[in-house]
Design a binder for this molecule. Structure first.
Ligand code: PQP
Length: 396
């Protein structure tokens, strides 16, 4: 059997591809079910079927060697490894059990009302202003208020969480200029983050304190607790900020889709879901082969990085009808914007809650969303991120 695997001379981390990844995604999907990259020692998949296969087969495609470009079997991680993201069973299972309980749909129902109140207030303020920046006036301030509140983080310096998140997601790419700059900015923040993972910094009863309660109950060791709080602080802010930002962007650029949402605010949740598919926040994740294996009949060696192009899979025409169309009525089940399998986003109920509440408040209070100037992007090695999004909210 032939084992020809094509090699692509494209850099997924080059600025032009980060700014507009979609032509590259098409090239990747059409190149084959699996391909190599000229500039990086990795295999890659961009079609839905293979991305799904890699994410599902956690015994072959492991996370413990890191889920970024760096192979932790060969290089030291830039920070102590995450106990859940960069881990495999059985350790992963033990941690995941606790985080899934803390972030369960039932637990999320209990924060719904307080999150909703903040969403309503923030959208009201945007409607009063009329001309807003969709990122700084909404997408950023909402998660930055509600999520640390839910974790129980008592602090005024929440901007540190933005710097930290930017660095965590840049660190999953190559050691390029983007990573160098965000690492420099984050040096003073790293210690601050670990200090705020301490039980003394966490309000009793919040998500953070619940991790310590699990340690008290003997479910995890007490040493593990601050590291799991660190996972909340790494994962819970930049992701939802950009999920909401990308949803606002998609709706602003598709007025007829927004009109559907305005007519039926109950579409808030499916509209957010379609935005996740259409402008996937986490564009890429890696796995590492822990044995020689096959993808679509092609042999891959052991201990090799495999790049999963989540965002490309979410627009694969083999999977989706009119994939490049933003259609809030699509009900895009099977998208991989939140991953899938044992590592599928453990915070997804919170993420969806935040997206739904913001879109629902806008749907009821805003008749039209107009683009009010050129948006700008914040380049990040992993996240599809906006820096500014000038909008006009026309009141209902
Ligand atoms: C996308 C866990 C999850 C969440 C960690 C960590 C960091 C980021 C994420 C990525 N993440 N959604 O440090 O444990």
């Amino acid at each position: 059997m032939s084992n020809f695997i094509p090699e692509l001379d494209v850099d997924p981390y080059a600025a032009h591809n980060l700014l507009d990844p979609y032509p590259m995604h098409e090239l990747m999907r059409e190149t084959g079910p699996v391909f190599k990259l000229k500039d990086y020692p990795v295999y890659a998949c961009a079609r839905h079927e293979q991305v799904h296969q890699v994410l599902t087969d956690y015994e072959t495609f492991i996370s413990g060697a890191g889920v970024g470009l760096t192979n932790f079997n060969l290089e030291t991680p830039f920070r102590p490894k995450s106990l859940i993201l960069e881990a495999d069973p059985p350790q992963h299972t033990q941690m995941r059990t606790i985080l899934s309980r803390i972030l369960s749909p039932k637990a999320v129902m209990q924060i719904r009302e307080s999150f909703a109140r903040v969403a309503e207030e923030m959208v009201d303020r945007c409607v009063e202003k009329g001309e807003i920046d969709g990122i700084h006036d909404l997408a950023q301030i909402f998660p930055l208020k509600v999520f640390p509140d839910a974790v129980g983080l008592e602090t005024d310096d929440r901007d540190n969480l933005l710097l930290y998140g930017d660095m965590v997601f840049n660190s999953m790419g190559p050691r390029n200029e983007l990573l160098a700059k965000s690492t420099e900015r984050v040096i003073p923040v790293t210690q601050w983050i670990m200090e705020h993972c301490d039980r003394k910094m966490l309000r009793p009863g919040g998500f953070g304190d619940q991790i310590y309660q699990a340690a008290d109950a003997g479910e995890i060791s007490h040493e593990h607790a601050p590291m799991l709080v660190r996972s909340f602080l790494s994962a819970g802010i930049d992701t939802t900020i950009n999920g909401i930002g990308n949803a606002l962007f998609s709706l602003a650029h598709h007025p007829s889709e927004y009109e559907k949402l305005h007519r039926d605010p109950a579409m808030a949740r499916p509209a957010f879901e379609e935005a996740l598919r259409y402008e996937s926040t986490a564009q890429t994740f890696f796995r590492t082969t822990n044995k020689a294996c096959e993808i679509a009949g092609h042999q891959l060696p052991e201990n090799t990085k495999v790049l999963c192009m989540l965002a490309a899979a979410n627009r694969d025409p083999r999977k989706w009808v009119n994939p490049d169309q933003f259609d809030i009525e699509r009900r895009p089940s099977g998208h991989v914007a939140l991953g899938t399998g044992i590592h599928g986003c453990v915070g997804q109920a919170v993420a969806r809650l935040e997206g739904e509440l913001i879109l629902s408040a806008i749907a009821r209070k805003v008749k039209r969303i107009e683009v009010n100037g050129q948006h700008t992007r914040r380049l990040n090695n992993t996240l599809r991120a906006l820096e500014t999004l000038p909008l006009r909210f026309v009141p209902a």
